[in-house]
Design a protein around this ligand. Structure first.
Ligand code: 3SK
Length: 516
């Protein structure tokens, strides 16, 4: 299931942590800053020291053996990074979890991945403890406070700061990425030691073009592999600096960029839109690259950011299954509104119901393959989502004659109304271009006459009132912008939209509201 690995030239044995951290120390770059957190700054040499001590604790005191699974639960901070990389250095498998997960969701993960050890920030222990309680397969939970104080701090006392890793293979599993899914049980995707380098050597090198002088910052949690890549793996691969924010709302991000003179920003379109309102209040002039992913990037947001900052948002689509972004364009090849072209090393195609390639301009299901294969952990959905080595994504796309891929809808975001196929996100992009609209989500609502109608849930910008006059104005705006049948026949004004922890709009929650 791998292509182009010869070109990437990985040896049969490698350890991702050694490649990402130790290598900088052994090659004389140990005094460069690796990671900055709320209360600590570590050079590469100090980060290696921390990782080695933690790896010793994991192996000597907590019984971690190669292949052993370890759950991590905390906000983004340097201790979490060191623990993450310590588990991998010791040949273990990390299962990082979103800090806001509740006990029921943690239990699903513990059960699915059969995890015997959890490392948890003491501030987030309540739900973890509930999840661990009364399980037939016991889970040992170790907490830490601040920069590895608390229980973990006690275990670390007196540990050697030299750890010799076991001989890990390039295709040893080292990470289980859980996908939240829209409904139902989460799926776990298995990733290898090598995969952590592949995404750096494909996306970060060929598209992002990261350099050792870059300072990375962003909002996604490290449990979302968008964040893991953008805030840890990409900076460390080139010996650059990662700034980790425990709170990363738009205002925190803007302040963090100004304070740390960040050059590379990873966040989602919603945050870019919110930051537009903060441009005058924080100095964002240090930024040179802005990556947008996690949800589709509408052209109005691209243009507004370009006007405000002079920077082109670099859109991309990735998947936990593929670990990171597989379609995106370097800045000099961006076509606004398109997601981009396959990242070097990956192939993408749009296929029809019979799994045959669609001609240019015809929408179909997006399929992708590349140096990272999609492997679900003990999940019968493997055969549904992976066919002949192609990962069948949940997105409808079209490819234009020049090879650019254009997002149409999530497969379940298509609204069929009176026989017309309408992509909800297209109507959202149109509404977003209206000055009254701050955010919106568009879904199908039942209608006796038309089967389904287009229903918009709209969050307004300050100074606007959601009344009949505005509804008419928004409807006219969409009718003038898109084929008239696409206009939202129902418009609901809401204070906020339902989102996942990684900031994605939860259309299924809106759909449920619309069905009610
Ligand atoms: O596009 C996404 O949602 C995504 C998922 C996982 C990793 C990276 C990305 C951009």
């Amino acid at each position: 299931d791998f292509i182009n690995l010869d070109r990437l030239g990985y040896p049969d044995h490698l350890n991702a942590t050694v490649e990402l951290v130790d290598r900088h120390v052994t090659e004389g770059r140990g005094d460069r800053v690796a990671v900055v957190g709320p209360d600590v700054t570590w050079t590469y040499a100090e980060l290696k020291r921390q990782i080695d001590r933690m790896a010793n604790v994991l192996v000597e005191k907590l019984g971690l053996v190669p292949g052993g699974r370890v759950l991590l639960r905390s906000a983004n901070n340097p201790t979490k990074v060191a623990l993450y990389l310590a588990v991998i250095k010791a040949g273990g498998i990390v299962v990082a979890t979103m800090p806001l997960l509740r006990a029921r969701e943690l239990t699903q993960i513990l059960d699915k991945a059969r995890i015997p050890l959890a490392l948890c920030d003491a501030g987030l222990i309540d739900e973890m403890a509930k999840a661990a309680e009364g399980r037939t397969e016991p889970v040992r939970v170790v907490t830490w406070r601040g920069t590895a104080g608390g229980e973990l701090g006690d275990l670390l006392a007196g540990m050697s700061d030299r750890f010799d890793p076991p001989p890990t293979r390039a295709d040893d599993p080292c990470l289980l990425g859980f996908t939240s899914g829209t409904t139902g049980l989460p799926k776990a995707t298995i990733h290898y030691q090598r995969d952590l380098l592949v995404i750096c050597d494909c996306y970060a090198r060929e598209v992002l073009r990261a350099t050792p002088d870059d300072v990375f910052i962003g909002s996604p949690p490290l449990a979302f592999t968008f964040g893991l890549g953008g805030l840890v793996l990409f900076p460390f691969r080139v010996g650059a600096r990662a700034v980790l924010l425990e709170k990363a709302g738009p205002a925190d991000l803007a302040a963090g960029i100004a304070r740390h003179r960040a050059t590379v920003l990873f966040t989602a379109p919603t945050a870019y839109r919110a930051m537009l309102g903060l441009i005058g209040q924080a100095d964002l002039s240090s930024l040179r690259k802005c990556v947008s992913a996690g949800e589709t990037l509408p052209a109005p947001t691209f243009h507004a950011w370009l006007t405000a900052t002079g920077l082109k948002l670099m859109d991309g689509i990735g998947a936990t299954e593929m670990l990171h972004i597989f379609i995106a364009s370097p800045e000099d090849e961006i076509r606004p509104g398109a997601t981009g072209k396959p990242v070097p090393g990956y192939e993408a195609r749009v296929i029809d119901e019979a799994s045959q390639p669609c001609p240019p301009g015809v929408p179909g299901r997006l399929a992708v393959r590349g140096p990272i294969g999609c492997r679900y952990l003990a999940d019968e959905r493997q055969t549904v989502y992976v066919k002949d080595g192609w990962n069948i994504t949940g997105d409808t796309y079209l490819e234009d004659a020049d090879g650019y891929f254009w997002f149409q809808a999530r497969n379940d975001d298509m609204i069929v109304s009176a026989g017309y196929n309408i992509a909800g996100p297209e109507v959202e992009a149109s509404l977003l271009a209206h000055p009254a609209v701050a955010e919106c989500g568009v879904v199908a609502a039942p209608c006796p006459e038309r089967g389904r109608i287009v229903a918009a849930y709209v969050v307004l910008n300050p100074g606007h009132t959601g009344d009949d006059a505005l509804t008419k104005a928004l409807q006219e705006h969409v009718k003038n912008d898109l084929a008239p049948y696409k206009y939202p026949r129902a418009v609901h004004y809401v204070p906020a939209l339902p989102k996942t922890e990684s900031g994605k709009l939860q259309r299924f929650a809106l759909r449920r509201q619309a069905e009610a």
